[in-house]
Design a protein around this ligand. Structure first.
Ligand SMILES: [Zn+2]
Length: 467
């Protein structure tokens, strides 16, 4: 079955067909973090969503090139560098490292390319020069270079491909130097910002004088450098639709004269405990805050993946507790299957795979996909209770689960399979702990240890590791 996705540009669900004539290679760009603070749980929703898209495309046998940039120069960063009296690399380096740690904790696959804006200043300058040469960008009296929306539209450019804009209200000739502004004040936006007194040491030489790039041009330059002038997928949070993505389209199509991106996917907002996240309400969480409360990256990932990406999702601490229970149900089932299957190789059970992919093909309907997972768990448990599974069935179910978990990324990992009887002991211990029989649980742990195996509580669940 074909994958269908909601394309913001078309404002409808469309069948996904990559630009590659062989329908194999897919170029995907996701706007990465602005490294001026720890990423919050709303940001993580977007990155986990991008990870799901990439993993599912790979599940569908596409050959994905996943690019995520690091915005390491931008208005907010400049302000914080000034306030903290640090240098730009010192300041951004710390938050970049934290971001990658968190990405790993959430079991997101590392994008294939992770370009930094500060390492692409020449490409950014070249792109701005192209826009000036085409008469779409101009240098203003303040020394900054701006994108002319009037000239772009006059030359046939379509500004407002993602969002319906009211050009009647546009104040022609107005300019905005800030990276962030509201759609009520559509204006010529800055491509290159001339060096100001507040910029400190953060500036680069350019044909337009000393200064630094605007945020929007960074993504155009980096995405087109790596994925080409036209590529398949561009992702981001819905707050990036305007002005960031609208400006990316204008800059890119203005410079190349070619369509920029075929499918635009946007993840919806996240509420926390029913409200917009804010530090003053006490419902502002970074991933680190949640880990400090005793939750795991695996539980956070699971909860973020339970809501459809286009739905506003209410993230709650109760929900995270629920995630623990849900994951324990899956774990128990998988441990039992492993105990029975041992290392037996098998063809994945196609019923389970088909139900799962039919759900995700439908604009990544994760609710239905989880429905298929828990239906499978129920079925396996019923079989265990009534009509014991044979080894081949268990192996086939396990093989299907492995494939499905290559998309969900929440399951138990199994590099070297321990012998079946040891998995049975792990399962017994799992149950003992569930029944709060800690004495028995400790006995089993010692028994396993005597046999040369340790139980590891990894972020992905319990597993056995050879001592
Ligand atoms: Zn971007």
């Amino acid at each position: 079955m074909a994958l269908k996705l909601f394309n913001t540009r078309a404002r409808s669900v469309q069948e996904f067909a990559p630009l590659d004539p062989a329908q194999k290679r897919v170029g995907m760009y996701c706007c990465g973090p602005t490294v001026y603070d720890f990423a919050h749980i709303g940001n993580w929703r977007t990155f986990v969503f991008a990870d799901l898209v990439r993993r599912y495309l790979e599940f569908k046998n596409f050959q994905v090139k996943h690019v995520m940039n690091i915005t390491d120069i931008e208005d907010k960063i400049i302000r914080r560098v000034r306030e903290t009296e640090t240098t730009l690399p010192e300041f951004t380096g710390k938050f970049e490292a934290a971001f990658f740690e968190d990405l790993k904790t959430l079991n997101c696959l590392l994008p294939h390319e992770i370009p930094r804006a500060t390492e692409h200043i020449p490409e950014i300058i070249t792109l701005i020069e192209k826009l000036i040469a085409r008469g779409i960008a101009y240098q203003a009296a303040d020394g900054s270079v701006y994108f002319s929306i009037e000239k772009y539209r006059g030359g046939g450019g379509n500004y407002g491909q993602l969002l319906k804009l009211n050009f009647e209200e546009m104040r022609v000739g107005e300019r905005v130097k800030n990276d962030e502004y509201a759609k009520e004040s559509i204006a010529d936006f800055a491509l290159w910002k001339s060096r100001g007194p507040d910029d400190g040491d953060t500036f680069w030489p350019s044909p337009f004088g000393e200064g630094r790039p605007g945020w929007h041009i960074e993504c155009s330059a980096m995405s087109m450098k790596i994925l080409g002038t036209s590529f398949d997928l561009h992702l981001g949070g819905e707050d990036l639709i305007f002005p960031h993505h609208e400006d990316e389209i204008a800059q890119s199509e203005g410079a190349t004269g070619k369509p920029f991106v075929k499918y635009w996917l946007h993840g919806a907002h996240l509420l926390v405990e029913g409200k917009k996240m804010s530090k003053s309400l006490g419902n502002y969480f970074t991933l680190r805050d949640l880990l400090a409360k005793g939750f795991t990256g695996r539980e956070v990932r699971y909860l973020l993946l339970t809501a459809h990406y286009r739905e506003t999702f209410n993230f709650t601490l109760d929900g995270l507790q629920g995630a623990k229970t849900a994951l324990a149900r899956i774990d128990e089932c998988v441990i039992r299957l492993r105990a029975l299957a041992g290392g037996t190789a098998a063809v994945p059970n196609s019923d389970f795979l088909n139900a799962f992919s039919a759900a995700l093909d439908n604009d990544l309907n994760v609710s239905a996909a989880w429905g298929a997972v828990f239906e499978w768990v129920r079925k396996i448990n019923r079989k265990f209770a009534e009509d014991p599974l044979i080894v081949a069935e268990a192996a086939s179910a396990l093989a299907a689960w492995k494939k499905i978990d290559s998309v969900l990324g929440i399951g138990l990992i199994d590099e070297s399979e321990p012998p079946a009887e040891l998995n049975q002991l792990l399962l017994d211990r799992f149950r003992a702990r569930h029944e709060k029989n800690f004495k028995r649980a400790d006995q089993i742990r010692d028994e396993l240890k005597a046999k040369g195996w340790a139980i590891e509580d990894s972020p992905k669940g319990q597993r056995l590791k050879q001592l």
